[in-house]
Design a protein around this ligand. Structure first.
Ligand code: SF4
Ligand code: SF4
Length: 312
């Protein structure tokens, strides 16, 4: 990681620093309560049961709707996008693994990169900050749009113009009052429905939300216990990405420069057949640094068993 260059404005210094720690895009928004339409859309999604078993998404509503409650005196949010598109892709004959899981677990990688960035912010502004990487209840995509770094596609993922949707988002909430960016007003092309048509679980709803109980990404990663009757995971071992794979706004992707996201050899070659006999120790050792451990050994075995049974 290189040291950042001092520039004229505080926000420029922060963005340069974020870039030096690997962010491909950084934007700033002024913190406030989210508008009612955002809170209401989220409540409707929960009320439809589309969060499936992810009950944690129902908690901390007040904080989610007003992230100023996350940090005393919070004034601004800095949202960073980090490209994770790998330089090598698994052979198409192997079951699918989501691209975000090829390298080291992003929670650890990004926290290591955002910590010094928070230090830089503190040094420049004297402010206190809080890092959020999937660790706080936050309408993260809404804030990414407000910070001007991208827009939400019909598949419900953030699309960074010129980079695509294979990005992790990480945020820093700070007491510094920073000059905000303009929100991103772009949208998906009006006629495009490719992600909706290609979704193997028919999980993308008409209001561009995801019905998690139908989403293969949810089913193969978050869901515990047996699959619901009739589940077809479309040869996915962990995650799915189909909605991103078909998206024309991902034609611009280029490989990540973040070395920790380079594909691990064991993940590039992992086949379903090796999983049923994997011991808990082998599982822990193989996926110690990988997001795949999230599925747990039982989950990965269940996913592999379905793939193997559907080959017969
Ligand atoms: S990850 Fe797969 S199943 Fe889930 S919404 Fe995207 S295409 Fe559909
Ligand atoms: S496939 Fe089309 S509709 Fe779906 S997110 Fe990409 S551009 Fe938007």
């Amino acid at each position: 990681m290189s040291s950042f260059q001092l520039t004229n404005s505080v926000t420029d210094q922060i963005k340069k620093a974020a870039q030096s720690y690997g962010a491909c895009r950084t934007g700033i928004a002024r913190l406030d309560r989210v508008p009612d339409y955002v809170a209401e859309a989220y409540s409707r999604w929960l009320a439809s049961g589309h969060n499936a078993s992810m009950e944690y998404m129902e908690r901390y509503e007040a904080v989610r709707n007003d992230p100023r409650l996350l940090l005393d005196g919070a004034k601004s949010i800095i949202v960073c996008a980090f490209n994770y598109f790998p330089e090598k892709i698994r052979n198409k004959s192997l079951p699918y693994i989501a691209l975000y899981a090829y390298g080291n677990d992003y929670h650890t990688v990004l926290r290591k990169r955002l910590r010094p960035l928070a230090g830089v912010i503190s040094l420049i502004t004297g402010a206190t900050s809080r890092i959020c990487i999937d660790t706080a209840p936050l309408h993260e995509r809404y804030w990414a749009v407000q910070a001007g770094i991208g827009f939400t596609g019909r598949h419900s993922q953030l699309i960074v113009p010129g980079t695509g949707s294979y990005v992790f988002l990480a945020s820093i909430i700070t007491t510094a009052e920073l000059e905000p960016d303009k929100p991103c007003r772009l949208q998906c092309p009006a006629e495009c429905r490719r992600c909706i048509d290609a979704c193997p679980g028919r999980a993308i709803t008409t209001d561009s939300h995801i019905n998690a109980s139908r989403c293969i990404s949810y089913l193969t990663i978050e869901h515990r216990g047996p699959f619901p009757d009739g589940t077809n995971t479309a040869n996915c071992l962990y995650g799915c990405d189909m909605c991103q794979r078909v998206c024309p706004l991902n034609n611009c992707v280029s490989p990540t420069a973040i070395s920790e996201f380079s594909p691990q050899d064991t993940i590039l070659t992992l086949d379903a057949d090796t999983i049923p006999d994997m011991s808990p120790d082998e599982f822990s050792n193989t996926f110690r640094n990988s997001a795949i451990k999230r599925a747990k050994l039982e989950g990965l075995r269940r996913n592999a068993a379905l793939i193997i049974s559907q080959r017969k």
